[in-house]
Design a protein around this ligand. Structure first.
Ligand code: CUK
Ligand code: CUA
Length: 763
């Protein structure tokens, strides 16, 4: 305590010295002048600046692009909150370095092979009645067609499923209005059967696109692969999808490009892909009745391909669940309006966005009014018969998001590097704002839900060229925050995003997220079930079964139990660790030197690391999170004994007495002083309505735990002192002090919390 007080005094003195009497604080005008800031800059700053201790209104989940992760940041502060590990190992979270997360990653292996990265594109928040419910997040991997399930109760990836019939994807993840299904569509057509080769000459016959509807079991929080199905589609490079809502619920929409079915071959003197794939004036929007498709699959009308239910095109056509509509020109993306009445498609090579009317589409289907059939016999609805309106927005329109205001949409213009604000009901442009180079997706708050929240828009720009301090040829991405609460859009802030190329992002009202801060003691966080190898305090043990050694240990400030693990070279070692903490943010990390394992063990969690002790020697293990003043002492030794090693070979040297009675008396004094601090803190806490603050109640429990350990150590130091064994007496007295320090640390934190959160004094 004393040293803390001293340090604080020193800091205070140093600050006083530096500030000096002559240096008056700068005024706002001074700062503006010194930093060259305009009034407009100040206004933008005021709209984004989030003072210390204050939180954001919205939380964004951005794809992490080639990093295979998800990036989470706050809006409007644009502060990064977390890189969430999804498809790629991530050491901080122990992801890919502990056994539980390895199982999750293993779910994403393809053909028995590990895939240790992903190309994430589109995150989607789970929905209830078309509104974000904040329970789950899904994201796709374009490179190795996979979908990941993230539980927003603890922000951990719980499941990765790999697509049984695709070789790439793009149109995922998109959810149906009650998250019945998670949609994933093919990007590049290929044979659906696994490990099947057909030459490109057979492209039209043997290569296929498709759409998968992954069944989501909300209760389990997992995708149910057995109840999922796909619909076979032509080899048209299906692109993005969206699920209908409201009046269009039950239907899904998928745009496409390269319906030319061009197969490239510049090597053979043919024009390249980019020319061959954009030759026609139109491609096809796929319109699918997924509810009826699910019924057909349930009736056994699907064919098994690679063990997975696929509704073939001829069945889909015969049953009237699959239709096409022309869409100009090499389109990218399809977005259903919040009311579910219209679908908006942008043509990358056209200045127009096309607004299709779901009512008109249904009328055409009902009356059997089709303009033609595609080469696979799929009925094609005439563009004019489906169109509500077309609006010329600018060059390279891509993606569309919606405002809380009726009929108002925002579309990114890739080539023009602009955002267009427009009215999709009346078909007119309202405003345009230049953004930095080459915007891809854009995101409004809950802007793809049935009830968008308006307020802010983020432009996800591809290039950041001259925007930030240079960091070499590979530039960060640039997410630009834009205020959309007024008629005119206003650019507020540029944020460099340094982890892969985020394609899409979604933002949710922060109040909808209520993640936990601890697990029930002994939880395997990746299965959400009790961990079979969890133990409680006092149950720690090491078991040997042949050459398999299992350690059942615990972590609590500032102690790893056990402290010594002895194994023989060649043993297979599993170390299971349960974090017994209840205090918020008291994570312990765990690693063993040179064995390439790491676990992040949050309060209540049980994690295990496994390795073969294949080299004799001495390997320290330690806690990797600075968890307390004695974090550095949170350590232990793994002793890997060579073959045939015998303990008798070692001469044991007894340590010399190092402590005196005077030391012991000094320790007792220190203990008494510390106890006085604890008593005053406890006095303060119990004089308030602290029980109204669950976080404080947890801290108090935690501190009480620490204090509860004192009598045992106290009895030991007193017994040793009675025998005048001053070494033992001192060491146990020191242990009492350790428990006190940890209790005092938490107690002071609780006191500060109460003071800052307006606790009331009880009489
Ligand atoms: S895509 Cu990248 S800008 Cu994968 Cu949604 Cu359009
Ligand atoms: Cu536990 Cu550091």
């Amino acid at each position: 305590m004393k040293s803390v007080a001293l340090k604080a005094t020193a800091v205070f003195l140093a600050a006083a010295f530096w500030a000096g009497p002559s240096m008056a604080a700068e005024s706002l005008q001074d700062v503006m002048k010194r930093r060259g800031l305009s009034q407009q800059d100040l206004l933008s700053a005021a709209k984004t600046y989030t003072p210390s201790g204050k939180r954001d209104e919205f939380v964004a989940f951005s794809s992490g692009g080639q990093s295979g992760q998800v990036i989470i940041y706050g809006i409007p502060s644009m502060r990064i909150l977390k890189y969430l590990a999804v498809f790629t190992p991530e050491p901080w979270q122990g992801y890919g370095y502990d056994e539980e997360s390895k199982e999750v990653l293993k779910g994403g292996w393809i053909d028995g092979k590990e895939i240790s990265w992903g190309d994430t594109h589109h995150p989607a928040v789970s929905e209830t009645n078309g509104q974000y419910d904040g329970q789950f997040l899904f994201i796709n991997d374009k490179a190795n067609p996979r979908i990941a399930v993230i539980d927003l109760r603890d922000f951990e990836t719980k499941q990765i499923v790999s697509n049984p019939i695709f070789k790439s994807d793009h149109g995922g993840a998109f959810v149906t209005p009650n998250t019945e299904y998670v949609i994933e569509t093919v990007q590049y057509a290929a044979p659906l059967e696994n490990r099947k080769f057909y030459p490109l000459e057979e492209f039209n016959e043997k290569y296929r696109g498709g759409i998968t509807y992954w069944k989501f079991d909300r209760k389990e929080g997992r995708i149910d692969a057995a109840k999922s199905f796909s619909v076979e589609l032509p080899p048209y490079s299906q692109d993005l999808s969206d699920a209908g809502k409201g009046p269009s619920d039950g239907w899904s929409f998928t745009n496409s490009f390269c319906s030319e079915r061009y197969v490239g071959g510049i090597e053979q003197g043919r024009p390249p892909f980019e020319a061959g794939c954009s030759a026609k004036d139109t491609d096809y929007l796929h319109v699918i009745n997924w509810k009826k498709a699910a019924t057909l699959v349930a009736q056994g009308k699907a064919k098994k391909i690679n063990g997975h239910d696929v509704l073939m095109m001829d069945t889909a056509v015969k049953e009237g669940i699959l239709f096409l509509i022309p869409e100009p020109k090499s389109p990218h993306g399809v977005d259903v309006t919040p009311d579910g009445k219209f679908l908006i498609v942008s043509g990358k090579l056209d200045t127009h966005v096309s607004v299709y009317s779901f009512d008109k589409i249904q009328a055409a289907i009902k009356s059997g009014k089709f303009e033609s059939k595609d080469p696979y016999g799929i009925p094609v609805i005439g563009l004019k018969d489906a169109l509500h309106t077309q609006v010329s927005l600018g060059l390279g329109p891509l993606h569309t998001q919606f405002d809380s205001k009726q009929c108002v949409a925002y579309t990114s213009l890739y080539v023009d590097s602009q955002v267009a604000k427009w009215n999709f009901c009346e078909g007119k442009v309202l405003d345009k704002l230049s953004v930095h180079y080459n915007i891809g997706h854009l995101m409004t708050m809950e802007g793809d839900a049935a009830d968008p929240k308006g307020r802010y828009l983020v432009a996800l720009n591809k290039l950041s060229i001259d925007r930030f301090n240079p960091v070499g040829p590979l530039h960060p991405q640039n997410h630009q925050l834009i205020d959309i609460s007024n008629d005119k859009m206003q650019l507020l802030y540029d944020m460099p995003l340094p982890l892969g190329e985020p394609h899409y992002a979604v933002a949710i009202e922060a109040s909808k997220l209520k993640p936990g801060v601890r697990y029930k003691v002994g939880t395997n966080s990746r299965t959400d079930k009790p961990h079979p190898s969890a133990v409680r305090a006092g149950e720690e043990r090491i078991e040997r079964n042949g050459n398999k050694v299992s350690v059942y240990g615990t972590l609590i400030r500032s102690h790893i139990t056990p402290e010594i693990i002895e194994v023989n070279v060649g043993d297979e070692v599993t170390i299971n660790l349960t974090n017994l903490e209840r205090a918020q943010d008291e994570t312990h990390g765990f690693t063993v030197s040179t064995y390439n394992v790491h676990a992040s063990v949050e309060p209540g969690k049980t994690s295990s690391v496994k390795f073969k002790a294949d080299k004799e020697g001495v390997y320290p293990y330690y806690c990797t999170e600075f968890c307390s003043a004695l974090h550095l002492e949170m350590q232990g030794y793994l002793l890997v004994k060579p073959k045939g090693w015998k303990p008798s070979a070692v001469k044991k040297e007894t340590a010399k007495a190092a402590y005196t009675e005077a030391d012991y008396r000094a320790s007792l004094k220190k203990i008494a002083d510390t106890q006085a601090v604890i008593d005053s803190v406890v006095g303060f806490i119990t004089s308030t309505n602290y029980k109204d603050f669950p976080d404080v109640v947890n801290m108090v429990e935690d501190a009480t735990d620490q204090l509860g350990k004192i009598p045992d150590s106290k009895a030991k130091h007193e017994a040793a002192a009675a025998k005048k064994d001053w070494d033992q007496a001192n060491l146990w007295a020191e242990q009492v002090y350790q428990y006190q320090v940890k209790a005092a640390d938490i107690g002071l934190r609780a006191k500060t919390y109460l003071e800052q959160n307006g606790a009331k004094k009880l009489k």
